[in-house]
Write a protein that binds this ligand. Structure first.
Ligand SMILES: Cc1ncc(COP(=O)(O)O)c(C=O)c1O
Length: 449
């Protein structure tokens, strides 16, 4: 290993590194030294409880020796092989994935992460259907590459317009707490909400002409933009709608996959099989970069004689595939998905309890270990604690307080996301929530009581 004093890490990194999603002068990176389980430590030895699984990706927790060993073994045996070569990890991973993904998705194209998985999903859908348009939702995030940022509905797309991939049309998420159509009927049932949002989508499909639409792509549970859980009947209705117009359904399970919602994949909550499914993050629990596109056999068969025009030098990198294999084995052997479902129930109860005691909590939502606390200034008007796509002094102060107290999590505008490693135990979850509980005095002071 190269030698470097801990206290030089930050300074030297700052000298040469160009940061993503940041104005360069505003970044304040945590110099991380090591990580284990649900914790990581900075170079000064300060411990952080990781309530964001780093980037919503370290699903099995930090420092798992079985996965690390599998990667070392693979690196020793065969570090790299070309994209057109058959290897042991390619042979094994495909079979493992076919056992855990929904329905008969049984062909897998490997990528390096989530964005390029979505790029390839779009190519497949367009080539298979001979149609151009892709419909995605306004609150979605699908990645930052040129095509994936066009698919993304949230404001990160707008920064690059008009130079984004053409052919994407956005529609609204069935976001019950802030439903545009139901401000005057906040008590609407989930089923009716689902129907109204499916009708909204169908109207758009007809305006755009069904014969021009290749696919609808969704995050089954909207992630970064607020853990928006689809109302009852929505996903099943979406499947029917797509089928009736010959449109493919693509599930972006980059964040929701691999146990995050208490099932291997979120679509399994509604027993709905997408035509194409993308994954990354939890696929290796971030032990190595990897994404994948799963597809139905008939989509793969479309390319039996026709060339699929796409590729990546690191497609099917053996070390990444070995990490994915070991990660899935660990999840299976240690029943991590079942554990996430069980801890998820506790999270739901704890969030409801927190809401009952804090004036600044407008709504809480969770499914598995995928949770959100939505903060407001006024429960009656639902005025957010920070504006859409904006900041507020209270949200900044809250985030700083949580970090100071050793809790690392992701705040998105007025929302706190709770996305810990799936191995978290009851005490660790309670520890994190009690830090949040105390810090909420900051936003409570700014809320109408
Ligand atoms: C739902 C979803 N899709 C796609 C992506 C992009 O993945 P990556 O950052 O690996 O390109 C993300 C990343 O956060 C995501 O949450």
């Amino acid at each position: 290993m190269f030698e470097l004093d801990d206290d030089q890490i930050l300074e030297m990194t700052m000298e040469t590194n160009f940061w993503t999603w940041s104005a360069q002068k505003s970044v304040k990176p945590i110099p991380v030294k090591r990580a284990e389980g649900v914790y990581f430590w900075d170079v000064k030895g300060k411990r952080y409880l990781d309530f964001n699984s780093m980037t919503m990706c370290v699903n099995i927790g930090h420092g798992n020796q079985k996965v690390i060993q599998a990667m070392c073994d693979q690196a020793r045996e065969l570090t790299y092989a070309g994209p057109g070569m058959a290897t042991k990890p390619r042979a094994v991973l495909g079979r493992l994935l076919a056992e855990i993904v929904p329905g008969d998705l049984n062909r897998f194209l490997y990528t390096l992460g989530g964005a390029d998985a979505n790029e390839n999903a779009i190519k497949l859908a367009r080539a298979y259907t001979g149609r151009q348009k892709i419909l995605t939702r306004y609150r979605s995030y699908h990645g930052s590459t040129a095509g994936a940022i066009a698919l993304t509905g949230d404001p990160r797309r707008v920064a690059w317009e008009p130079n984004v991939m053409p052919g994407v049309v956005h529609f609204l998420d069935p976001y019950q707490y802030r439903s545009t159509f139901h401000r005057t009927i906040p008590t609407i049932s989930e089923e009716e909400l689902a129907t109204d949002y499916l009708n909204h989508l169908e109207e758009i499909i007809n305006y755009e002409r069904p014969s021009t639409i290749a696919a609808v792509m969704i995050e089954p549970v909207t992630g970064t933009n607020g853990i928006i859980i689809p109302p009852k009947g929505y996903i099943q209705g979406l499947r029917k709608l797509c089928d009736s117009y010959g449109i493919l359904l693509i599930a972006d399970e980059v964040m929701t996959g691999f146990g995050r919602t208490g099932k291997w994949f979120a679509m399994q909550h509604w027993n709905v099989e997408p035509d194409i499914m993308t994954m990354a993050k939890g696929l290796t629990s971030a032990y190595a970069p990897l994404g994948a596109v799963a597809m139905r056999p008939e989509i793969a068969a479309h390319f039996d004689e026709k060339v699929f025009q796409s590729g990546l030098t690191f497609n099917g990198h053996p070390v990444s595939l070995a990490a994915a294999i070991a990660n899935i084995e660990v999840m299976r052997d240690e029943k991590i998905v079942e554990h996430a479902a069980q801890m998820g129930e506790q999270l739901t109860d704890n969030l409801a309890e927190l809401k009952s005691r804090h004036a600044s909590i407008g709504d809480v939502r969770s499914i598995g270990l995928f949770g959100a606390i939505e903060l407001v200034r006024d429960r009656e008007t639902r005025e957010p604690m920070a504006p859409f796509n904006g900041k507020s002094p209270e949200m900044t102060q809250l985030r700083e307080r949580l970090l100071e107290k050793g809790l690392y999590l992701y705040t998105h505008w007025n929302i706190l996301l709770i996305i810990p490693p799936l191995i978290i135990n009851e005490k660790e979850l309670n520890d994190g929530l009690s830090i949040i509980d105390q810090a909420l005095e900051i936003t409570d002071k700014a809320a109408v009581t």
